[in-house]
Write a protein that binds this ligand. Structure first.
Ligand SMILES: N[C@@H](CCC(=O)N[C@@H](CS)C(=O)NCC(=O)O)C(=O)O
Length: 224
């Protein structure tokens, strides 16, 4: 039996979505973020040395890192599911690109945005506040926001070519892309004026019965 080591409000939600799309049986082992630090609890370190989520165990196999988990699940349970294009095709190259883009390019500036926004609102001695805010604003305006704007515009333009990131039908790369797009929306990066296609993509993803089943099983997920 596959066990998903699932942290509330986290990337592991998309692994539940993939498993629901695949129709594969799985169990969820729950871990709660520390309310103050938002970090994962130390018990996750017993599953994988980095103590992050998602991690899955499948018998004596442990797989960490969302993209590697997606590949493992499709290799092992989903060859015939139609969620990954045939190897060597143009669609497969697009699939590989988006699968890696999600964590390799999309998430780093989104994480920086979260961290620098938090720095601005973190309680600190009054004399340190203007300095911390000044540094945060500078990093956001000179590096983070321009990168986010560029990558959001790029994703929006790509969705003009086809309804899903790889083509006419949902692929596991869309599942992997769900977290950065949800995070971009949560961090104020999407709007009907600038990113109608990304918002439409999100609405279609969220409307899928498998996505809804994953939400029911996963519990608290503020990104949906
Ligand atoms: N690139 C990794 C990122 C894993 C990651 O950072 N997970 C976050 C949840 S969204 C986490 O476990 N955070 C809690 C912590 O760092 O303690 C992946 O996609 O699996």
């Amino acid at each position: 039996m596959i066990v998903v080591h699932h942290l509330n409000n986290s990337r592991s939600q998309r692994i539940l979505w993939l498993l629901e799309e695949l129709g594969v049986a799985y169990e969820i082992r729950r871990y709660e973020r520390d309310a103050k630090t938002m970090l994962a609890p130390p018990e996750l370190l017993q599953v994988h040395p980095l103590g992050k989520s998602p991690v899955i165990t499948d018998g004596d196999i442990t797989v960490a890192e969302s993209g590697a988990i997606v590949e493992y699940l499709i290799d092992t349970y989903g060859e015939a599911c139609g969620l990954r294009p045939a190897r060597g095709t143009a669609d497969w190259r697009r699939y590989t690109y988006w699968l890696h883009f999600a964590e390799g390019s999309a998430m780093p500036p989104l994480l920086m945005k979260l961290i620098f926004m938090r720095i601005k609102s973190t309680p600190m001695p009054f004399f340190a506040k203007p300095i911390a805010r000044g540094i945060a604003d500078k990093v956001l305006s000179s590096f983070v926001d321009p990168n986010l704007d560029r990558q959001t515009a790029f994703m929006e333009a790509e969705l003009a070519k086809a309804p899903w990131f790889v083509g006419e039908r949902l692929s596991a790369a869309d599942v992997q892309m769900s977290f950065p797009i949800e995070a971009a929306k949560q961090r104020g990066g999407l709007s009907p004026e600038k990113t109608p296609r990304l918002l439409d993509w999100l609405a279609r993803a969220h409307a899928r019965p498998a996505y809804q089943r994953a939400l029911e099983r996963g519990g608290q997920y503020d990104f949906a």
